[in-house]
Design a protein around this ligand. Sequence first.
Ligand SMILES: C[S@@+](CC[C@H](N)C(=O)[O-])C[C@H]1O[C@@H](n2cnc3c(N)ncnc32)[C@H](O)[C@@H]1O
Length: 327
Amino acid sequence: MSEHDQHPSQPVDDVPQEAWSGVHRGPLRAGEWVRLVDGKGRKHNFALEAGKRFFSNRGHLDHDELIGREEGFTVTTSGGGDYLVFRPLLSEFVVSMPRGAAVIYPKDAAQIVAMADIFPGARVVEAGVGSGALTCSLLRAVGPQGRVSSYERREEFAEVARRNVDQFFSAPEGSSHPAWTLTLGDLAEALPASGERCDRIILDMLAPWECLSAAADALVPGGIVCAYVATTTQLSRFVETVRAHGGFTEPHAWESLVRDWHVEGLAVRPDHKMIGHTAFLVTARRMAPGERPPRKTRRPAPGAYGPDYTGPRPPDVPQEPVAPADE
Ligand SMILES: C[S@@+](CC[C@H](N)C(=O)[O-])C[C@H]1O[C@@H](n2cnc3c(N)ncnc32)[C@H](O)[C@@H]1O
């Protein structure tokens, strides 16, 4: 039996729909998104529509000229502008799709998938869904046999996310990726109410410490909680809340900096521009019920939990007596 016979409803060479990868092969079709890039690196993303025209500052281009061709070609507009044509990659789609809330950038999504150990078949909880950027990476990593339960408390963001995720995975009208559920509500209340158990929990929200207790109850022993926070004050509060909870391993906090390079003949050097800051990441593993991580043998740095420290306190770090004020 040929590949075509196995999937008679699909064009030759396409990735089987049941893979839910968001990737298509073969000729470009109406309804698919394409990405046009000009010589200066300017990008235009749009859905192909028979009979429609794309306009740029260098004239126009009929979509019909693109439909039916294999991606990876150059087209010229009526005004002489050359554009490279490809289907957008996941990393390109998420930075160009419509946004409700700020998205997790590909450099951080990649860290989350690797360091929070998202695997095919995993049961993952994420909140908030925001614009659905991380959701696309999570769904791709767990595959159709896994589960991604996304929670979002703002209906308008949930709607944006649903459109983006369905668009990326080319979900047929009225359906979504089979591994995905999207629940409207606050994770701290909706997750316990669901009774859901999971392997991984990703928190991307202003106050992830408010959801730690719900996350701890839902995670299986050995499961991972991962938080993505933009500021050092959030980082500190989340890490200390994890320590104070006592049912997790010592949190690991880090950030990723990606620097592009200019490589041209003898001019080989870092790019002048880079994304200086997105957010910090923290992971910790869930201990088995009733178990505690070993006591730290290293004492906290002097003053780390001194009188000026007002945040959550690790169980084995007593409050330091406040020194009497000088007369
Ligand atoms: C920065 S956005 C998430 C972006 C998303 N990760 C992405 O890559 O597109 C943060 C979202 O968390 C939602 N949120 C904040 N606290 C929440 C909570 N306790 N439960 C559910 N959603 C929450 C906000 O409404 C917002 O949409």
